[in-house]
Design a binder for this molecule. Structure first.
Ligand SMILES: C[S@@+](CC[C@H](N)C(=O)[O-])C[C@H]1O[C@@H](n2cnc3c(N)ncnc32)[C@H](O)[C@@H]1O
Length: 157
C-alpha cells in the first residue's frame, strides 16, 4: 500500500515547510508516501465560500484513481489515539488496497461532492486547525504510527 496526502495551496511559512520536509523524509523510510499540493484557486475573492469549496472539491476528485480509498481529515470525523491510528493504518495495509488517500480541506472545508465520495473521515482533535498547520500534524502522526507498528522508541505510551 502507498499513502497520499492531498492538500490545497502551498505552504508560505518557511519554517512550517522545513518541519513538513523533515517528517515527510522520515515517513518515507517506512512507506511510499506522496504529499501532493493542489494549487490555490485564482481570484478566490470573487467566489462565495460554497463556490470555492465546490471548485476545490472538483480539483480534489480529479486527483483520485478508481481504486483509491479516500479518507477526509475533518473535525467531525472519527477520533483515534496514536496507537489506535497505527492499528487503523495496519488494517488498511492488510486489506490489500493500493493507495490510501488522506485529504485536507481548504479554508472552508469540503464540498458535499467530496463528502459523498469519501470512504471515511478522521479527526485529529475536536479543535480546528488551519489547513496549513494540519499538514504537519498529519504527517507527524503518520510517522508516529509507523514507529509504533515497528516498536521503535519515538512514541512513549
Ligand atoms: C480551517 S479547516 C476548515 C474548517 C471548516 N469549519 C470545516 O467545516 O471543515 C481546514 C481543513 O483543515 C482540516 N482540519 C482542521 N482541523 C482539523 C481537525 N481537528 N481534525 C482533522 N482535520 C482538521 C480539515 O481537512 C479542514 O477541512
Amino acid at each position: 500500500m502507498q499513502i497520499k496526502l492531498l492538500a490545497i495551496g502551498k505552504t508560505d511559512h518557511q519554517q512550517l515547510q522545513m518541519l513538513i520536509d523533515d517528517y515527510q523524509k522520515r515517513l518515507g523510510f517506512y512507506i511510499k508516501f506522496d504529499f501532493e499540493i493542489i494549487p490555490d484557486l485564482k481570484k478566490v475573492k470573487n467566489l462565495s465560500e460554497e463556490r470555492q469549496k465546490q471548485k476545490e472539491g472538483e480539483l480534489i476528485l480529479a486527483k483520485l484513481n478508481n481504486t483509491d480509498v479516500l479518507i477526509l481529515l475533518d473535525e467531525n470525523g472519527q477520533h483515534y489515539d496514536s496507537v489506535g491510528f497505527s492499528e487503523y493504518l495496519q488494517k488498511h495495509m492488510n486489506s490489500g488496497i493500493k493507495q490510501l488517500v488522506f485529504v485536507i480541506g481548504g479554508p472552508y472545508g469540503f464540498s458535499q461532492d467530496v463528502y459523498d465520495k469519501a470512504n471515511g473521515k478522521i479527526a485529529l482533535s475536536k479543535m480546528t486547525f488551519s489547513h496549513q498547520m494540519i499538514r504537519l500534524f498529519m504527517i507527524e502522526q503518520l510517522y508516529r504510527a509507523f514507529t509504533i507498528l515497528r516498536n521503535e522508541p519515538y512514541h512513549h505510551r
